[in-house]
Design a protein around this ligand. Structure first.
Ligand code: ADP
Length: 468
């Protein structure tokens, strides 16, 4: 089964890798040990054989073991065995290369005998001569350039077997202990390294929608976990801001809807309290209708913004002549402008076609012109122009009104924002007009720019992309 904690998985991986590494290293060390021991034995045998071959032989009799002992001690520092040394002298009737003769305890293989006949030495490992295998060197003895004799030197591999066994025993004892220590240490290290993750999980669990101002603790170590905490904190900040915005929006929207509803309810209650003349009923109904229209427009605006936020604002894409649009809006508001004692001027232009939604663009321009009329004192002037500017169509609404401070300009596209001046408060707008205009421009791939100064009027320019 797959362990569920990272700590357990890390430890398991770590221990498995360590086991494989240690086993590999042990294998290599074992092989090296085996190789060097075997090499030492062979070298020693060759050395001894050389010395013996150069000694005058006592007519084929086995050599005295004391001599051999001394030789072994000289080459090895110890004497493992002196027994397996012999010299065999082929008789006149037994030519070299014939069947293997046995004059001593060492066996002579046909291969070795054949090789001796060719003047070559042979090294073999022979089993069955005792408790341990014996390494046997068979070599020819030369005299006067001829093969005159055959020499066999044997050596028990006891010390090699013992060394090998000791090595394996040491490995078997040390390996589990080392693995135990390493896995214990790995477990503790992983626990230490992952402790901040546990703390972060706990802290994240405590943070809810109502408590988004809380942040994860950072340690200043600038490691991966620190960066994770910083990223999560950034995300929390953004969520916090988004939640506050939504809360503010709901509060503002409820407030804006509540005001006309309260007025409507009050007027209707008063009208119903006593019998009224038909004129009075008419006046009350007309006022109720006005409040209903305001409510409908507010709800309509909120719906448009909600759709724009969700990216589902439906836009027709058809050719729209901005010159014609400006003329139509001008004609629609001319009476209103005159009622405010304002001059409305639509600069005549040739047609300027863009792709867009006529109804939405009309709403955008109406919102801008409506603001200019609201925030320009009597005697002022509102101008509408349309112009081509590189790949953009620029639609401008300029007024000689009260203007906006840089501080106000930074907020006018926010929902429900109204400037603190008396004109803005008295105008009774909900503070959604510019926000809607901005959303419509954005949905067309455009944007709105404002240039204004308090007391010097304002210019709102809508930039809409124009296909080449
Ligand atoms: P409102 O419905 O209040 O007009 P808007 O979103 O259209 O809402 O405008 C937001 C605020 O921007 C207004 O309350 C007003 O203070 C300011 N504003 C908008 N247009 C103009 C303008 N042409 N001149 C001066 N102030 C303006």
């Amino acid at each position: 089964m797959r362990p569920r904690s990272i700590r357990a998985r890390l430890t398991l991986w770590y221990t498995s890798l360590l086991t494989v590494t240690v086993l590999l290293l042990g294998g290599v060390a074992y092989w090296l040990l085996e190789y060097s021991l075997a090499h030492d034995v062979d070298t020693a045998l060759q050395g001894i054989a050389q010395v013996l071959a150069e000694r005058p032989a006592a007519s084929g009799a086995p050599l005295v073991s004391a001599d051999i002992d001394a030789l072994f001690r000289r080459f090895f520092g110890l004497s493992p065995w002196g027994r397996y040394v012999e010299r065999w002298r082929p008789g006149d009737d037994q030519a070299l290369g014939g069947p293997a003769p046995r004059t001593g305890q060492l066996p002579l293989s046909t291969t070795a005998l054949r090789r001796v006949a060719q003047g070559l030495p042979t090294l073999e490992t022979v089993e069955g001569l005792g408790q341990y295998p014996v390494r046997v060197l068979t070599r020819p003895v030369f005299a006067g350039g001829r093969i005159t004799n055959l020499l066999q030197v044997g050596m028990s591999l006891e010390s090699v077997s013992m060394a090998r066994r000791r090595f394996l025993l040491a490995m078997a004892a040390v390996l589990p202990l080392a693995l135990l220590l390493a896995s214990g240490g790995g477990w503790l290290l992983a626990r230490r390294a992952l402790q901040p993750v546990d703390r972060m999980t706990e802290a994240a669990r405590r943070i809810s929608a109502e408590q988004l101002s809380a942040r994860l603790e950072t340690t200043g170590t600038n490691d991966e976990l620190e960066r994770l905490a910083a990223t999560l904190n950034d995300m929390l900040s953004r969520l916090d801001a988004a939640f506050s915005q939504v809360r503010q929006f709901s509060a503002d929207a409820s407030h804006e809807l509540q005001t006309p509803l309260t007025i409507l309810k009050g007027e209707l209650e008063v009208a119903l309290r006593a019998p009224r003349s038909p004129e009075e009923y008419q006046r009350v109904l007309a006022s109720a209708l006005e409040e209903c229209e305001q409510l409908a427009s507010l709800v309509d605006g909120l719906l448009l913004l909600a759709r724009a936020d969700a990216g589902v604002l439906r836009m027709e894409r058809q050719p729209v002549d901005l010159a014609h649009l400006v003329e139509e809006v001008g004609a629609q508001v001319r009476m209103l402008a005159e009622a405010h004692a304002l001059t409305l001027y639509c600069e005549p232009v040739e047609s300027l076609i863009i792709q867009g939604d006529y109804a939405h663009l009309r709403r955008l321009v109406l919102n801008l012109v409506d603001n200019s009329l609201k925030y320009t004192p009597p005697g002022g002037r509102v101008t509408l122009t349309v112009q081509r500017q590189d790949t953009w169509a620029a639609l401008r609404v300029t007024d000689t009104g009260i203007g906006l401070s840089p501080e106000e300009q930074a907020h006018i596209f926010q929902r429900f924002y109204r400037a603190a001046n008396t004109q803005a408060q008295e105008a009774g707008g909900a503070g959604l007009g510019l926000c809607i205009a901005h959303s419509i421009a954005q949905a067309h791939g455009g944007y709105i720019q404002v240039e204004s100064a308090p007391g010097r009027g304002s210019t709102f320019t809508v930039f809409l992309p124009q296909p080449p």
